[in-house]
Ligand binder design. Structure first.
Ligand SMILES: [Zn+2]
Length: 458
């Protein structure tokens, strides 16, 4: 007896299917009807108008970019091309202590809130206002939002170079709780920045106690990184009482301390859920930080308010042109953005392959000369890494080593639970699937002479 064929709009045949749990891929067919997956398996008896022969290419759920600064971008550019073009279907905004809401500015946004846009970009005095705006814009990606500690500080404090008073903390906590009640995922901090550095651990703990996810751009990524990590773990443990928790750490680390950093993460992971995010580049980007202008590394200026003509040049070349020290040149350029040439690709790979690591772009969509991580963190850079590893694996006669692909897939789906990220925010729109091509390039860049690695340095 012949069974009736099932019908779908799209059939993807013969794909290597990654399910996002970190498990090895399996060969499967996938049927899509009305924009949703309706069957997975051997679907040779199915019919569809659009049949795609995957020919062994990788097929995965849409990626989650766990570290973005797309807060205002999801409304201003709802096509979200930098993300959709690399298979990202969910972005987590509000990282590093800076969020577009709840924000009521008294003047220009302080550093680094200015990464999200100029004063007129901050139009959401409550998180509910933000959700409404995102829903109205209908971006092509799902949006999960963190609330920035620095944004809260700026709402309630007259100056940011001091600790908050108990009354100010109370005000911040009330705003955070309102946001959580309206679907925000948790609290983020950016303690490395001048606008939050003066906040003692207890201030952050008092907010984290509202009970939610806690993520941080740690207080330092240099000599005292282990102390900064302990601080992050401590705040994270405090947040746990109230519910879900993951401490996220991003850091550039001296090569010598790398082993201890990984050991510290592994030790803490036995006690509490911890994850970190990383991107596949050996350069970081943020605002131009005077503390990092030491002459040890090259720094490219991406924008400068007083000297826009210097965008794209190295600080050392600008200093030479002006006949001043690099520190003085950096001061004259403020406020400004920068790309730091500060990591080793070997170290980036080592961090990337750690099971605690997810890929996050840390992309800066408002930067006139954005670091390429904005467009390539989750896809373009995975190709050469995958290709090199597959080649090596084939020579050993072993199974394909697809850790970069799996790390990309760990970008939230399995580790954090996509359901948990998306459901409570209620600011999601179209969900899409994506197919990533099996990598074909074998380009493999040599590590730089730099001794720092990293995950992201916001
Ligand atoms: Zn960041």
């Amino acid at each position: 007896m012949h069974s009736h064929p099932e019908a779908a709009d799209t059939l993807i045949i013969g794909a290597q299917l990654y399910d996002g749990t970190g498990a090895p891929p399996v060969e499967r067919d996938v049927a899509i009807r009305d924009g949703r997956i309706v069957a997975i398996g051997n679907l040779s008896n199915w019919l569809a108008e659009d049949v795609m022969e995957a020919e062994g290419r990788a097929l995965a759920p849409g990626f989650i970019d766990v570290h973005t600064h797309d807060d205002t971008h999801v409304s201003r550019s709802p096509q979200m091309l930098p993300k959709i073009t690399q298979g990202v279907t969910t972005v987590i905004v509000g990282n590093c202590g800076i969020s577009a809401s709840p924000v009521a500015l008294k003047g220009d946004p302080p550093d680094p809130m200015n990464l999200l846009g100029e004063r007129d970009a901050f139009q959401y005095p409550t998180f509910a206002d933000y959700v409404k705006a995102v829903n109205a814009a209908r971006p092509s990606v799902n949006v999960g939002a963190l609330i920035g500690h620095t944004a809260l500080r700026n709402n309630h404090m007259d100056r940011l170079d001091r600790a908050a008073t108990p009354q100010e903390i109370e005000g911040m906590r009330a705003q955070l709780e309102e946001a959580l009640a309206n679907g925000a995922l948790g609290l983020s901090s950016g303690l490395a920045y001048g606008s939050a550095f003066a906040a003692p651990t207890e201030e952050v703990m008092a907010l984290a106690a509202a009970g939610a996810l806690y993520t941080t751009h740690m207080r330092t990524e240099f000599d005292a990184i282990l102390d900064a990590m302990d601080e992050a773990f401590r705040v994270g443990r405090h947040a746990r009482d109230g519910g879900d928790l993951a401490s996220e750490m991003r850091g550039a680390v001296e090569l010598g301390t790398q082993r201890e950093v990984l050991k510290s993460i592994e030790g803490a992971r036995r006690m509490q859920p911890i994850g970190c995010d990383c991107y596949l580049y050996n350069r970081s980007s943020s605002t131009l930080d005077l503390k990092q202008v030491t002459g040890d590394i090259d720094i490219t200026v991406t924008w400068s308010e007083p000297h826009p003509e210097m965008a794209g040049k190295l600080v050392k070349d600008i200093a030479a042109e002006w006949g001043v020290t690099q520190q003085e040149a950096a001061q004259r350029l403020q406020p400004a953005g920068a790309v730091y040439h500060n990591m080793s690709e070997d170290d980036v790979r080592r961090i990337l392959s750690h099971p605690a690591t997810m890929v996050g772009s840390d992309g800066l969509p408002n930067d006139p000369l954005p670091h390429p991580r904005l467009w390539g963190a989750l896809s373009a850079r995975a190709r050469p890494l995958c290709a090199g590893r597959r080649f090596a694996a084939a020579r050993r006669g072993g199974a394909q080593d697809d850790e970069p692909v799996r790390a990309t897939l760990r970008s939230g789906a399995a580790r954090r639970g996509a359901h948990r990220l998306i459901t409570p925010t209620s600011c999601c729109s179209t969900r899409r699937k994506c197919a990533t091509r099996r990598p074909s390039s074998s380009r493999n860049r040599p590590p730089t002479a730099s001794t720092r690695f990293g995950s992201t340095a916001c």
